[in-house]
Design a protein around this ligand. Structure first.
Ligand code: CP
Length: 311
């Protein structure tokens, strides 16, 4: 049976069905050799990707740039509103319209939830949400799932601990929603009381029959998981810096805690102090592999959206 990918835009992982996720993961696996530069591709020759980054990024922006270039295309854009005419008062809508004129697809990161959706409603080219405030980060989730599948062999039957800032961390919001598409999932939600997973996501987990357990400490869950998914406390989302300082350093994973465990450690990065650097040289470290997996996964996304929606 020929598989098709139905979505034109990637705004929220909640728009995906399981077969959509599997389509992108399968395409990414086929693109691994090109992603690692063992082969060249001209599949998107002449195509231009617009990168509108109103918030800082290292991995997402660089991996999208790498992905379009590995497919024979190129990328243009800005990495903060200060280097665009938004700083002179131009609206986001007008800015997006300019990019639409130049580009075949747009990648948007913004500190406000809903900006990618807003832009997708006013342009005709595909729009990809590269993180909107504390909302969603759907392409991060696709590369997280790709990493889990590659490292563990499957996504069904997973026991995963999401650790750290579950309130503001968009990656754990998207990942929780995505895991609702798979079977027999158990999620441990490990956070300080102030940074618990939002009720809306818990409601989604209930709706999709995902079992979840709220916990305060890593020691309560570490013996029962396949994956420790660690996140940073999102300092930039706190209104009062004192509140951040009280919580900072609440969870730190180190090599000693992991000895003898059958699990992998993932992190969307950037890391501040949540994973001690002594874990970097162990078999548990999958966070750098996870970051590298962004390239084939984002290549799969760009190839699919741009080829399915020619200008
Ligand atoms: N994981 C992630 O979104 O990293 P950046 O903020 O560096 O893009």
């Amino acid at each position: 049976m020929i598989k098709i990918f139905k979505l034109k835009n990637i705004i929220s992982i909640k728009d995906f069905e399981r077969e959509d996720v599997e389509y992108i993961l399968d395409e990414a696996a086929k693109l691994e050799d090109i992603a690692q530069s063992k082969e060249v591709s001209e599949e998107l020759k002449g195509k231009l990707l617009g990168l509108m980054f109103f918030e800082p990024s290292t991995r997402t922006k660089m991996s999208f740039e790498t992905a379009i270039k590995r497919l024979g295309g190129d990328g243009i854009g800005f990495e903060n509103s200060g280097s665009s005419s938004v700083s002179k008062g131009e609206s986001i809508a007008d800015t997006a319209k300019m990019f639409e004129g130049y580009c075949d697809a747009l990648v948007i990161r913004h500190e406000l939830e809903g900006v990618s959706k807003f832009i997708s409603d006013i342009v005709d080219v595909p729009v990809i949400n590269a993180g909107d405030g504390a909302g969603q980060h759907p392409t991060q989730t696709l590369l997280d799932l790709y990493t889990i599948k590659k490292e563990i062999g499957k996504i069904d039957d997973l026991k995963i601990a999401l650790i750290g800032d579950l309130k503001y961390g968009r990656t754990v919001h998207s990942l929780s929603n995505a895991l609702g598409l798979f079977k027999n999932i158990k999620i441990y939600l490990v956070s300080p009381p102030e940074l618990r997973m939002p009720q809306e996501i818990l409601h989604d987990l209930n709706k999709t029959n995902v079992e979840y357990v709220v916990a305060d400490n890593i020691s309560e869950v570490i013996d029962d998981v396949n994956v420790l998914y660690v996140t940073r406390i999102q300092k930039e989302r706190f209104i009062d810096i004192e509140d951040y300082l009280k919580i900072k350093g609440a969870y730190i994973i180190n090599k000693k805690m992991l000895e003898g465990k059958d699990l992998i450690v993932m992190h969307p990065l950037p890391r501040i102090d949540e994973i001690d650097t002594d874990v970097d040289d162990t078999k548990y470290n999958k966070y750098f592999v996870q970051a590298a997996n962004a390239v084939p996964v984002r290549m799969a996304i760009l190839k699919t959206l741009i080829k399915n929606n020619p200008k």
